[in-house]
Design a protein around this ligand. Sequence first.
Ligand code: BGC
Length: 418
Amino acid sequence: MVINRVVSFLSLMGAMFTISSAFATEIEVLHWWTSGGEARSAELLQQGIESRGHIWKDFSVAGGGGQSAMMVLKARAVSGNPPTSAQIKGFDIQEWTKLGFLTSLDDIAIEGNWDSLLPKTISDTMKYEGRYVAAPVNIHRVNWLWVNPKVMEKVGVSIPRTWDEFFIAADAIKAAGYIPLAHGRQPWQDATVFESIALAMLGADDYYKAFVALDLDVLSGEKMVQVFSAFKKVRGYIDGDALGRDWNVATQMVMNGEAAMQIMGDWVKGELTVAGKVSGEDYVCVPAPGTDGMFSYNVDSFVFFKSHDPSRGQGQKELAKTIMSKSFQEAFNYSKGSLPARTDVSMARFDDCAFQSKTAFTMAEGSKNLLPSLSADMSTTSYIRDAMIDVISEFFTDEAADPNKAPERLAKAVKAAL
Ligand code: BGC
């Protein structure tokens, strides 16, 4: 009797295996989600794919901001062997499509009604000449300040809401023996801090003119001198070991009370969540100084490489559908620290940082306050962005750099890259 049951169970399993393996396809996905919180979130995508009977092949390339991942991807694509799918953002989506590498997602997008599910700013970014070529996972806000409230309390300072308040608090924190700002000196992280200062000091109009419209007068103008001056001042509040430090290591410093604050996008919250930290108790999130009401956005998305293999095409469709499913968007973004890209996902489980972000996004949407992030590759082509970030990061590295001369250099670098 028992043997009979075991035999029929095994034959049932065998039949199931044959059915799923007939359709199972290997899906190789390139991404750079390798920190604790990111890896936990990437696992949810893997589980989504596996639950549809497919095989996930992980192609992760470490390096916050994704520059290393993009280099590796280019090498693979040029040698005619791209992965099934890759995490690509912003203007790069257009560039890869123009070069003929990407497959259209329009049939799935029309079938799934993506136009009505996504905010227009997001759906526009996912399209090339009006057709979907990328599937969005989330909406990250970049202009955040992450604070350890216990350190602030011990020092006796309140959370800064303007840059003047930031420098006053930072002096007191430093004098009390803590690191005011946890930072990793990598070019994209330098640019993240610079971007928040620029939002505050240029305001939305001039931020747009400088980093989206590439207006050389604004790039080289008087207000940009103020931005570089404040940026230089910030350098005095980071520790001497910051060179090359990863962003998540900087987050650890805020978590363990070595440092008081960090300026970084809300992937930081993914890191805090995976460590069991609770918003409002272990940490506080507020908009980066002077950027209340502004929202610099960063959208993670996946593109799909053309292939003659029909099973690959099937796998790509399944991945795109998984990404856009309500359940995945809810679970993934809860874990990642971002907002779901879909507007109809329940936020019941999310915390106050997510609510702040959602409110800020909704208020900023359709106004000049919703701005594409420079540091996260959303505001211009990666070629021009890299040229700007070189100037920004070299300035931050050079202790003797002159804030009066930097804007001119920034404008020249942009002009040469145009
Ligand atoms: C990505 C985030 C990621 C962060 C740090 C950004 O470019 O958009 O998803 O968490 O880099 O790795």
